[in-house]
Design a protein around this ligand. Structure first.
Ligand SMILES: Cc1ncc(COP(=O)(O)O)c(C=O)c1O
Length: 482
């Protein structure tokens, strides 16, 4: 992605690729959209994709692949053990991260399972900049707890802090002093901190955290799933790296860590995952779990075709023009929404545009899931599927009371190289309409609530008949338009 100036002076994002394979999408009439939403139990995860116009649920496993990735799939070596494909992928990983002790896994949470099985003991604490849903679930399942230590200012919706994903060094030191090294199973840094708005972590911060962990003898784990966005921000927001090669930056990051893992559904635009481990003893411990949970050591639950695509995709991640589309689109959408007075997380991060549902739907009580309600309303208004990242994505406490999230966000994710700029404009327009009609949006309540990771397949219903009122307002303003 590039930014170019038009004759009018307007600066627009310009796609640096052409599209040679397309998928037809449907934009249903609003009366059918409300029916689809009801059928999905007001949970955007449960919508059928055939009823979705723009799928902005996630970038996971849905990034566009390049012609070279597809071509590489043809050379996959389909053998159970010793596949040449594994060695090709290992070579690429070594080149990018400087490490060759590589364990394949079928996706990011499978890596988290292996890491938690190896490092988390009952009663221990994992300290991190911020949790991710599946990470926390695996740590809790092993009897551990999670402590989040971003600075308080990183949880403010609007700020000009360029690296809101940084760990608060004072909090880290205080927590190590309070808990003691033996009670801390690991410190985890998540690149492009997902749940607080795709916010990056600076190299300066990673260097400091690594020094503290090394001194204290605490393993440092890096979740590199959102590395590509984070690399873009290190390069564009951290002056020291303006002219440094992305590969060099990646190698420095990996050298600061003890364990680096990733979801290859995100990083490398394929489907799979992997763990890189620097310490030999730890590597051997984790390696034992791969055949048990994933598959043999040279495929780990991944299809060899995906592994070939991943090897190429990882190399493409080292090209700033390739990885910049998401952050540039996020910035463009955020700026357009801000100009219309619509509350979004700033500074714009990676992954997607994050709408502040607490401000957007300030009349909806937090225990009626304002971000979930906004996600449902956005689908009804536009056919665009976003994801709730707020209280619905948390789990109830043991007392049955909802744990209210620190932020209520509607995430509109940008899968890499999937959408066009006119689609970005459409999203901004429908959100603008929704904002002008925001008082129509009401709350949601669970009617079916799974105990673990309830946001994936829980079912809800609206409090009142607000979805119907939204449809009437849509028709009044848009006539017979879709
Ligand atoms: C930061 C982060 N870590 C881990 C995961 C889990 O990866 P996967 O979905 O491949 O299991 C995700 C997925 O969205 C993620 O965003």
């Amino acid at each position: 992605m590039s930014k170019v100036k038009l004759l009018s002076g307007e600066q627009i994002p310009l796609e640096m690729h052409k599209i040679r394979m397309v998928q037809k999408v449907n934009l249903l009439p609003v009366e059918e959209r409300i029916e689809s939403m009801k059928e999905a139990g007001f949970n955007t995860f449960l919508l059928k994709n055939r009823n979705v116009y723009l799928d902005m649920l996630t970038d996971s496993g849905v990034n566009a692949m390049s012609e070279n990735q597809y071509a590489a799939m043809m050379q996959a070596d389909d053998s159970y053990a010793g596949s040449e494909t594994y060695y090709r992928l290992q070579e690429v990983l070594k080149d990018i991260f400087g490490l060759d002790q590589f364990l394949p896994a079928h996706q990011g949470r499978a890596c988290e399972n292996i890491i938690a099985e190896t490092l988390v003991t009952p009663g221990s604490t994992a300290i991190m900049n911020y949790h991710f849903t599946t990470t926390k679930a695996h740590i809790k399942r092993r009897g551990g707890t999670v402590e989040e230590i971003v600075p308080d200012s990183s949880l403010e919706i609007n700020s000009d802090v360029p690296f809101k994903g940084d760990i608060d060094i004072d909090k880290l030191n205080a927590m190590i002093a309070r808990l003691g090294k033996d009670k801390i199973c690991f410190v985890r840094i998540e690149a492009g901190t997902n749940l607080i708005g795709g916010q990056p972590v600076s190299m300066k911060n990673m260097r400091e955290v690594s020094k503290i962990c090394r001194k204290a003898g605490i393993p440092l784990v890096y979740d590199a799933s959102l590395l590509s966005d984070n690399l873009y921000f290190i390069k564009t927001r951290e002056a020291e790296f303006a002219d440094v090669d992305l590969k060099e930056i990646s190698r420095e990051i990996a050298a600061l860590m003890d364990v680096t893992y990733f979801s290859a559904r995100k990083l490398g635009s394929a489907r799979g995952g992997g763990i890189l481990v620097s310490d030999e003893a730890l590597f051997h411990k984790m390696r034992e779990l791969v055949p048990l949970f994933e598959g043999f050591l040279t495929y780990g639950g991944m299809s060899v075709r995906e592994m070939e695509a991943l090897a190429v995709g990882l190399n493409e991640t080292m090209d700033l023009e390739v990885i910049s589309q998401t952050p540039i689109f996020v910035e463009a959408l955020c700026n357009e929404l801000l100009a219309k007075g619509i509350p979004v997380v700033t500074p714009p991060g990676g992954l997607g545009c994050h709408v502040d549902a607490m401000a957007f739907c300030s009349h909806v009580p937090q225990d009626q899931y304002p971000a979930g309600a906004l996600a449902a309303a956005m689908y009804i208004a536009s056919g665009v599927r976003g994801m709730e990242r707020g209280t619905m994505s948390e789990e109830r406490g043991d007392d049955g009371v909802d744990k209210l999230a620190e932020m209520e966000l509607l995430r509109l994710a940008f899968p890499k190289r999937v959408f066009t700029y006119s689609q970005v404009k459409y999203v901004a327009d429908r959100l603008d309409w929704l904002y002008k009609n925001r008082t129509l949006i009401g709350g949601l309540k669970f009617v079916e609530e799974p105990k673990v990771l309830r946001f994936f397949f829980g079912r809800l219903e609206p409090v009142g008949d607000w979805p119907e009122k939204l449809v009437v307002a849509f028709r009044k303003d848009f006539g017979d338009s879709l």
